[in-house]
Write a protein that binds this ligand. Structure first.
Ligand SMILES: [Zn+2]
Length: 213
């Protein structure tokens, strides 16, 4: 099986996303790039029914290399991200808090130092119909110098140098979104200055991205 281990990793992350409540039903999709191939979840399959052989492998132009099912309708989004960033993993969810933020804000501001793990305030990409090149363009623009973005009236995307990092970021983005919703419901949240976010980003880089106290 082409990219067998990667396809197994994708199945594990899908199950974790479902267990964590970040993916409901067939929503969301996950991919990993390896050289000029992309392993990506299939269309319309509940995460609990996912298995490695159903995770397809496609080329960077979207043509199948080894796929028994139709790829996610968001394959153009995943391919556009790989074409425009050095990411090797993409996690896209319709997680509730991030999607709620997407309906009321143009960005998730620096309410907590964790925004440093995304490169700064997290942008909300303008809405476009799912599966379209326009949506892919909007998301790529929102990801400029960021490792995650929120998609207007749709969901969230996180990227990383490996699947574990992209997955972890999806959990932190959801946590930050929940924090923002609670804070704005209670009042006007205080924001951290850009210099502090940069300092935390430097600290994270020094310690390695996974260490976050
Ligand atoms: Zn979606």
């Amino acid at each position: 099986m082409l990219l067998g281990e990667i396809r197994q990793d994708i199945v594990r992350v899908c199950r974790d996303l479902a267990a964590a409540g970040l993916a409901v039903g067939t929503s969301g999709n996950v991919s990993v790039r390896s050289a000029d191939l992309v392993a990506v979840t299939p269309s319309g399959l509940a995460y609990e029914d996912m298995s490695a052989d159903l995770v397809g492998v496609h080329r960077l132009d979207g043509t199948p290399a080894e796929a028994s099912a139709e790829p996610t309708s968001e394959l153009p989004l995943h391919l556009a991200i790989y074409a425009s960033t050095d990411a090797t993993a993409v996690v896209h969810t319709h997680s509730l808090a991030a999607t709620a933020v997407s309906t009321v804000a143009d960005e998730l501001p620096a309410i907590h130092y964790y925004v440093a793990m995304f490169g700064g305030p997290v942008r909300v990409a303008p809405y476009a119909t799912y599966g379209t090149e326009q949506l892919a363009r909007n998301v790529v623009a929102a990801l400029r110098e960021r490792t995650g973005c929120i998609m207007g009236s749709h969901g969230a995307v996180t990227i990383g140098p490996d699947l574990k990092t992209a997955h972890t970021r999806s959990l932190y983005l959801e946590w930050l979104s929940e924090l923002y919703l609670r804070a704005t419901a209670a009042g006007q949240p205080r924001l951290l200055p850009p210099g502090e976010i940069e300092a935390v980003a430097d600290k994270l880089a020094a310690y390695g991205q996974r260490r976050l106290d």
